[in-house]
Write a protein that binds this ligand. Structure first.
Ligand code: 5GP
Ligand code: ZN
Length: 115
């Protein structure tokens, strides 16, 4: 995906504050952190949204979940964290490359939804 922002970050064309990388996923700090710990975890392969993933994406999605705790702890969110995957227009997704937000820090992140 030539023009996708997170594909450009994966390719190193746009800099990021990287916190973890392996063959399948990249984790980097959010440019506008909403909590003391705010990391985005993306599959290196472009996929648009959790609303439209394919069966062959199961392993990489599992890896994002499996690595989240380790990444959160390494960033200093040692007593837990929240994982958020905004999906599609209804979910408030702004960047159309699937990404999980890890948010946390020393204090509770707050209510799950605010009305
Ligand atoms: P969404 O609303 O799509 O779930 O979240 C997109 C997130 O990407 C936002 O939290 C926003 O701050 C972050 N973001 C947007 N552009 C950049 C960027 O160029 N670099 C980084 N590190 N984060 C970005
Ligand atoms: Zn992409």
């Amino acid at each position: 995906m030539q023009d996708c922002l997170f594909c450009k970050i994966v390719r190193g064309e746009i800099p990021c504050s990287k916190v973890y990388e392996d063959d399948e996923i990249l984790a980097f700090r959010d440019i506008h952190p909403q909590r003391p710990v705010h990391v985005l975890v993306v599959p290196k392969k472009h996929m648009t949204s959790l609303a439209s993933v394919a069966p062959e994406d199961t392993a990489v999605l599992g890896r994002i979940l499996q690595k989240a705790g380790e990444i959160a702890r390494a960033e200093g969110s040692v007593e837990g964290f929240r994982l958020i995957i905004n999906s599609g227009r209804i979910g408030g997704q702004e960047v159309d490359h699937l990404h999980a937000h890890i948010v946390g820090g020393p204090n509770p992140v707050g209510p799950m939804l605010q009305h």
